[in-house]
Design a protein around this ligand. Sequence first.
Ligand code: HSE
Length: 405
Amino acid sequence: MINIAILGYGTIGSGVVEVLGLNGDSISKKCGHEINIKYILDLKDFPGTPIENKIVHDFNVIANDPEIKIVVEVMGGVEPAYSFVKEAILRGKSVCTSNKELVAKHGAELLALSKEQKVNFLFEASVGGGIPIIRPLNQSLTADEIEEITGILNGTTNYILSKMTDEGADFDATLKEAQAKGYAERHPEADVEGYDACRKIAILSSLAFGMQVDFEDIYTEGISKITQTDIKYAKAMGARIKLLGTSKREGNHVYAMVTPMMIFQNHPLYSVNDVFNGIFVRGNVIGDVMFYGSGAGKLPTASAVVADVVDAAKHLGTNIMTIWSSKKLELSSITHAKHKFFVRIADSDAKVKDKVKEIFGDVEEVVAEGVENEYAFITQPIDEDTFAKNSSKIDHIVSKIRVRV
Ligand code: HSE
């Protein structure tokens, strides 16, 4: 029997308890050991529930108990999660976490510490909810040099954009639904402003390139400025708006960004809707692969956490090698990243069209039913820098959205 402790009895923590209750027998068979939840750390008590007797309020009870071999950290946030995880590793315990903030900030350090202590620091659930992506990047794709990762990495924003597109739903009401379904972060700006997706692409890039990619260096825009009118235009063009996290290697340079993008039916991420996430990876040997599944929510995320617990239980006393050095990867600026740009101008005068043509050359005019008194167009593929310079010469731009070429 292997004893574990869970830090945090929120959405994911209670999901881990539920998964181990539901599939405990088959999980034990696959693991070769019975997994026993000995403690659950939480600020609250849960009187009258089956976990009542497992609740502890002091982390030291867990740290000091040599019977605890694996700690599941599902509290979220950097502190006190970081201090608890570090202490657990130093005490010879493996840690499985869903905490992307912790992994993005301290992943390299905690992996190095785990290696020294011959334990494991596993974080499959930190990116893509239940989708296997960390293990494939670390194991199945090791023969490849990764050239690109592009993903819909945030379930909440994909849910909001899908409902706005398919049902004409209101942004705020849909966000509330996502919160009620347990998809959204405690502070929803982490989802809607792209910070969550930013941490996730930082983690994936660090693993893909084997060095520390600091999330602070990644250009990030969220979806809070996307309106129903933008969506009407996207529909008129046969496109969908998605919040994409991308990191791309070009020669010796890597750039990364998180932005809303219009994508067309020919892109594999076009059909990834609702709370689903999709992660497209291009390797120099394998070519294109795509990972798809439930990107957020209690049970999908708990499924990934429990799979890590089984992996940690199978590797007690052995460290699973993960290449992620603390050496910083200097990202190149996005100024040379090339896309088309969709632009709306709150002015439909013929003179504006002439000016746009003079500045951007040939553009494709876009018309959306019921939208009046504005001029919308798509540029030819141009780089970020050129777009910024050109667009600064035009007044009354109400929105701009990148278009994937
Ligand atoms: N808030 C996150 C999302 C949870 O919506 O994707 C999963 O990391």
